[in-house]
Design a protein around this ligand. Structure first.
Ligand SMILES: Cc1cc2nc3c(=O)[nH]c(=O)nc-3n(C[C@H](O)[C@H](O)[C@H](O)COP(=O)(O)OP(=O)(O)OC[C@H]3O[C@@H](n4cnc5c(N)ncnc54)[C@H](O)[C@@H]3O)c2cc1C
Length: 314
């Protein structure tokens, strides 16, 4: 490994790889990216995300970023396979309050020039035949959303950054500390040696505080955990064209990518050490039963159910 760089990016998840890609595109030349895991399936959150990309957000900036991201992903491939699948998304509502929320989101989309359609329960079923239209109030369909193979997208961005000659990536390299001199960064200390640098970009996700705390910097980050149930592959989904979700139940139907099954999860701010506690398991069970009640395929329901943390530990 080199022993000097202008900028060291710590973390090669989607954020670190995107940063390297964008900076090299702007002409940066001397970047080293390190990750403690193997490249590019590092074991961080990016390696575990099913990869739904939503284009709706009340913030115009976030909406523009989501649009930019999906346009960028469209052009990427990794190991000769596309990383982006423009399958669209459908959010469904089973209660009036949720339906009103979908209309609000539809309004945001209109204001920000993102195509979306409020569709009837029957139109939802046309696109996702295994859904029970009888329990739905309707859905919000956004054709421009899609599904990304997350770590492959990170890898594709990394390879583009590398191809400019402006960035080098090193896996299996853990940052242990950051060396300061008179308040300025001097080096990143890794388990492979000292890496002198002028700047550091910390892209270590929920592990950010581990290094930031050593510098006396408080990062406003909080870890979440969610339960995660997945079915075996369902042939009914082989030809599906849409992802579907019902926040907060977050039912996800995954076509195109490796597991053509259903995953169900719900986010919660919890003490992660209690993820297997009785109230949490009861909450998870309710989520799963609630989610499954809108689908026609109860016969092959969950083959596994487990809590997932940002590093994918279960
Ligand atoms: C189960 C699950 C489902 C999700 N589903 C979706 C979804 O459908 N859509 C969506 O948009 N988002 C989803 N997310 C969220 C999304 O995955 C994350 O927001 C995103 O991947 C974060 O990227 P990151 O680069 O910040 O973090 P990470 O991918 O976690 O990358 C951080 C990297 O830092 C490295 N690192 C940490 N400490 C060190 C150190 N000391 N030295 C060197 N390297 C270090 C880690 O190895 C890791 O590779 C999901 C997440 C999970 C866990």
């Amino acid at each position: 490994m080199r022993n000097h760089a202008q900028l060291v990016i710590i973390g090669a998840g989607i954020v670190g790889c995107s940063a390297a890609y964008e900076l090299t595109k702007l002409g940066w030349k001397d970047i080293v990216v390190i990750d403690r895991g193997p490249l590019y399936e590092t074991g961080g959150s990016t390696s575990h995300a099913p990869g739904i990309t939503f284009g709706t957000n009340p913030s115009r900036l976030m909406q523009k970023m989501a649009y930019y991201t999906t346009q960028l992903y469209r052009e990427l491939s990794f190991e000769d396979e596309p990383v982006w699948y423009p399958v669209g998304t459908i959010e469904v509502a089973t209660i009036d309050a949720r339906m009103r929320e979908l209309w609000r989101k539809h309004g945001h989309n209109g204001a920000y020039d993102v195509e979306s359609h409020i569709i009837s329960p029957e139109e939802v079923q046309d696109r996702v035949p295994m859904i029970d239209p009888g329990v739905l109030k309707g859905g919000l369909f956004r054709p421009s959303d899609g599904n990304v193979k997350a770590w492959q997208a990170a890898g594709a961005l990394a390879l583009k950054a590398i191809s400019t000659g402006g960035a080098e990536f090193y896996g299996q390299t853990k940052a242990i500390d950051i060396e300061l001199n008179e308040g300025r960064i001097r080096a990143v200390l890794t388990d492979k040696g000292r890496l002198e640098c002028e700047q550091v970009l910390l892209c270590t996700n929920i592990w950010g505080s581990v290094l930031a705390d050593r510098l006396g910097v408080t990062l406003p980050m909080m870890a979440c955990a969610h339960h995660y149930a997945m079915t075996e592959p369902l042939p009914e989904l082989a030809d599906e064209t849409s992802w579907i979700s019902q926040p907060p139940c977050a039912i996800r139907i995954a076509p195109c990518i490796s597991a053509s099954g259903i995953t169900v999860g719900a986010m919660a701010l919890i003490d992660t050490s209690r993820a297997w506690s009785a109230p949490m398991m009861w909450g998870a069970t309710r989520t799963i039963v609630g989610a499954m009640s809108i689908l026609w395929a109860p016969s092959r329901m969950p083959i596994s159910c487990f809590p997932v943390y940002a590093d994918g530990n279960m």
